[in-house]
Design a protein. Structure first.
Lengths: 216, 407
């Protein structure tokens, strides 16, 4: 009975679609504070993209360490935890520059998360390491270096982490074929060795661009 | 009769051998039984003291993140099982929540409650394997048998509802694979009723056991500051005195409506990690009990026909249902362009799924923030300065699953 006599229900009672995932007011205030704090560094925020209940800042590569330090030290933002670090290859989408390194920051005090996306060009795949700011970034940066071939300048021990040390190429790049190479056993080792591309350049020539990417 | 020359500092020819303090580099793993999988450690030892510990991983690297890009969103569920094979339902849940956020949908209430119930049962399942192997590493054989006895009951429950004991793939984007079968809730109820007594049984074997305490108290201590700097999550962080649990801090699936506490201790050593996990099993039993008691009636899959397969009966009569079925099976559903990061509290810590959709039926990129991977970075600071024999206890206390570390 109480439900049907809801005073707020209007006569036409058109169902209002509630947003399941929306940025809360508290989080919006933190994001505004973050923008203000970064504005002090100059034009470092290239774009702000809200999606569902999350916020992405596209920021400049050259000043990433300053940006992260500012966000960490600012009283209102306090992004003091790096929960994740990864990278994306935008080759098939044609985005320029080709790569983006993605930082997922979180504040332990106000529990807000912020994503920083840093475009990194293919010709010069370098970015400053944040290992000294966040020690947890150590293996995550090594993983990005291993699988996408982005170098982190200033990393204490930058080497491959999940692929073998003598591996050729970076598997998570979009021009790296999936399943195009046969699995190597002792009985077919010689056949595979004879057909193996001899260099990264040869591999890329062989698979780009006429062979569709990731298409079984 | 010749007398054998004395052993030790004197060589066979009688000269005195002076032991220099040279460090020795040795290799542990990747097939060592106490490394919980194919973890390899390069250790520098000075006598029996570890002076450097460098984990070498990648032996189980199967390229899950690359494979996700070639599968539809629904096919990707099976890959999540295979990452953390001790807690597949937790991984299913994190993946499903990420895709539901991309799609802007929500699972129906019954599915949400069953998800909580299963997430807690899988937490118990994970902690049972951890407890059994941790005790086995330290020489307590019987605990392993007791733990696996209860785990078998859980695996039977998982098999009953999903058809598979380990690779369940039961929690799917939009809801669940199917409703719980008849008789399932009665068996689950029986398990939840009897399980606290079993926890007492494990505790009676270990908690006040002098040998166990000698091997674990003050071993592998990590300060709360170091733990936060290394982004340790899960029970290991809570044993350092930080009450960090995403179920409380950023509730998902309605965890804010359940009554439970976050067990936190301050020792930061192997013993406290043990006690935190034991307490967590009790809390999980409490949450599972509440979920089972409030289980609502209703559908377990979203009614959004652009995501869920139409009911079998409609295929014979409705052209539209047939088209939806064909499109969903051949191409899969297509979330709008965007990117999300969704994380849940898995038994090991924060598991996060970073998904990018380019508007097609397959994820453009799916990155997994694996708790075992990040937590394993804490192994070196925990073990350096300790004895090599304690390393076995420390590895077990971090609870890494190498399938998830290497992905």
């Amino acid at each position: 009975m109480t439900a049907s006599t809801d005073p707020t229900a209007s006569a036409d009672s058109t169902p209002v679609k509630t947003e399941l995932y929306a940025i809360s007011e508290q989080a919006a205030a933190v994001y505004a504070a973050a923008e203000t704090a970064l504005a002090a560094l100059g034009e470092v925020v290239l774009e702000t993209i809200p999606f569902r209940d999350e916020m992405t800042f596209v920021v400049e590569r050259e000043r990433i360490r300053e940006i992260i330090t500012t966000l960490r030290q600012d009283e209102q933002t306090r992004f003091d935890r790096l929960s994740d670090l990864t990278a994306v290859d935008y080759l098939p989408l044609g985005n320029e520059p080709r790569f983006a390194v993605v930082y997922h920051l979180m504040s332990r005090s106000n529990l807000t998360r912020l994503r920083l996306r840093v475009p990194v060009p293919e010709a010069d795949p370098l970015i400053d390491s944040v290992t000294d700011l966040f020690p947890s970034a150590n293996w995550l940066e090594r993983e990005v270096f291993d699988l996408l071939g982005i170098t982190f300048v200033g990393h204490p021990d930058l080497k491959r982490i999940v692929m073998p040390d003598d591996w050729d190429g970076h598997p998570l790049r979009k021009d790296y074929p999936i399943g195009a190479e046969e699995v190597e056993f002792s009985f077919n080792h010689e056949v595979i060795e004879a057909e193996r591309p001899q260099s990264t350049a040869e591999r890329e020539d062989r698979y780009r661009p006429e062979r569709p990417v990731n298409n079984f | 009769m010749a007398i054998a020359p004395p052993r030790g500092n004197t060589a066979a020819n009688g000269t005195q051998v002076v032991l220099t303090g040279d460090t020795m580099t040795i290799n542990m793993g990747p097939q060592h039984p106490s490394t919980h999988g194919v973890l390899r450690l390069v250790l520098d030892l000075e006598g029996e003291t570890v002076t450097r510990c460098e984990p070498v991983i990648g032996y189980l690297h199967t390229g899950f993140e690359k494979t996700f890009e070639a599968k539809t969103y629904m096919q990707g569920v099976v890959l999540t099982d295979r990452m953390d094979y001790l807690a597949p339902l937790s991984n299913n849940l994190g993946y499903a929540l990420a895709i539901e956020k991309l799609l802007d949908i929500e699972a129906p209430p019954r599915a949400t409650v069953i998800r909580v119930l299963l997430a807690e049962l899988t937490r118990i399942n994970n902690h049972l394997v951890w407890l059994g192997t941790q005790a086995l590493d330290l020489g307590a054989m019987s605990v392993f048998f007791y733990c696996f006895r209860e785990r078998e009951v859980l695996l039977d429950l998982f098999e009953m509802m999903s058809g598979a004991r380990l690779m369940t793939s039961y929690i799917r984007p939009g809801g669940l694979m199917a409703d719980l079968p008849d008789g399932w809730t009665a068996l689950a109820d029986q398990f939840i009723r009897t399980f606290p007594a079993h926890i007492d049984e494990y505790e009676s074997l270990l908690t006040e056991n002098e040998i166990f305490k000698e091997r674990t108290i003050g071993i592998g201590v990590l300060s709360p500051e170091d733990a936060q700097a290394l982004d340790l999550t899960g029970p290991s962080l809570r044993a350092c005195g930080i009450p960090w649990d995403l179920r409380k801090l950023a509730p998902y699936c309605g965890y804010e409506t359940y009554d439970f506490v976050v067990p936190t201790l301050t020792g930061g050593d192997v013993y406290d990690r043990y006690r935190v996990r034991i307490a967590e099993m009790r809390e999980s039993t409490k949450i599972a009990r509440q979920a089972l008691d409030r289980l609502p009636v209703g559908p377990v899959m979203t009614d959004n026909r652009k995501v869920a397969l139409p009911p079998r009966a409609e295929l014979a009569t409705s052209m539209e249902a047939l088209i939806h079925h064909f499109k969903l099976v051949s191409e899969g559903f297509k979330p709008p362009v965007g990117e999300v990061y969704t994380c849940i509290e898995s038994p090991k810590g924060e598991i996060g799924f970073y998904m990018i959709s380019d508007g097609t039926g397959k994820p453009y990129r799916c990155h997994v923030r694996a708790p075992s991977f990040v937590n394993l970075q804490s192994l070196a600071p925990m073990s350096v300065g300790g004895m090599v024999a304690d390393l076995v206890a420390i590895i077990g206390s971090i609870d890494p699953v190498l399938g998830e570390v290497d992905r």
